[in-house]
Design a protein. Structure first.
Length: 280
């Protein structure tokens, strides 16, 4: 792991997931960390050099300055990693993103056109701002759930057993779930473990999920983009994904059978196959 300092003074953790070939930047979903891409990356190392990073407030990265989780800050993190590692200098840079990770990659491309040669996005959080229904009392249900999240466990084994036995984590690939727990919890002096992504920071990230303008600027994105969803998702189903893809000058939509919103951690082999088909 190495840490890179962003223009706004945040330290972002970067993880080399291995491989040979052109670079592939990997961006994670809200509440997770870069290492959750490892089971997918292990199936791509013959084609790409896989590099993941922890978005601010997640994993081993610093919390967001002043507690501001505007998603444009996540785009700043991605661009800082690209610049510090000179990704794309010698060969085309491709990237994959899940949920928040997909949106931040688009925000980065919109800010600096031509950054990416191609993008693969799994259920990116991008919807038209006009016409969105108001939430009762202004409360974001995902943020409310994050604030209720249990932050500590007696051990990593206890955390794994807890997640493996209940939705939505019970459908995850065991290796992916082990990776989430291994790198998502910090060991405490008494031997217990605590979430690295504090529930309050996760909640603030969710609260900002509809306050960016990536969707409005999609027609300006000239790079080829594959927009993917799971067949049984409860988050961004096929009609939404096709709406996003149709708004992109070079967008295409894909639906992966049997998967939900956590597809990249549910079936790493199917996700890797989709990435290879789209980006090679």
């Amino acid at each position: 792991m190495q840490r890179i300092t962003t223009p706004d003074g945040n330290r972002v953790a970067v993880h080399d997931l291995g491989g040979d070939g052109p670079p592939l930047l990997m961006a994670h979903a809200t509440g997770f960390h870069g290492h959750v891409w490892a089971p997918v990356a292990s199936r791509l190392t013959d084609r790409f050099h896989c590099i993941a990073f922890d978005e601010r407030g997640h994993g081993d990265s610093d919390p967001a300055p002043d507690g501001n989780y505007d998603w444009n800050g996540f785009a700043t993190d991605a661009l800082a990693v690209i610049d510090a590692l000179h990704l794309g200098d010698d060969s085309p840079l491709r990237a994959v993103g899940h949920s928040c990770g997909g949106a931040l990659l688009v925000l980065a491309e919109e800010r600096r056109p031509g950054t990416f040669a191609e993008l693969w996005l799994y259920e990116p959080v991008m919807v038209p701002l006009d016409g969105l229904p108001a939430l009762p009392g202004g409360e974001n249900p995902l943020a409310a759930a994050a604030r209720r999240r249990r932050p500590t466990f007696a051990s990593r084994d206890a955390a794994y057993d807890n997640y493996a036995g209940k939705p939505p984590f019970d459908v995850l690939d065991p290796g992916a779930l082990h990776t989430y727990v291994e790198y998502g919890f910090a060991l405490q002096p008494d031997g217990s473990v605590r979430l690295k992504c504090e529930p309050e920071n996760e909640a603030r990230t969710y609260e900002m999920s509809m306050h960016h303008d990536a969707y409005e600027h999609l027609p300006e994105v000239k790079t080829p983009v594959t927009v993917v969803c799971g067949e049984v998702t409860d988050s961004f189903p096929e009609p939404v994904i096709r709406m996003v893809a149709d708004r992109l000058p070079e967008g295409r939509a894909e639906v992966l059978p049997g998967l939900g919103h956590f597809g990249p951690m549910q079936d790493p082999a199917a996700i890797a196959a989709s990435i290879v088909a789209a980006l090679t």
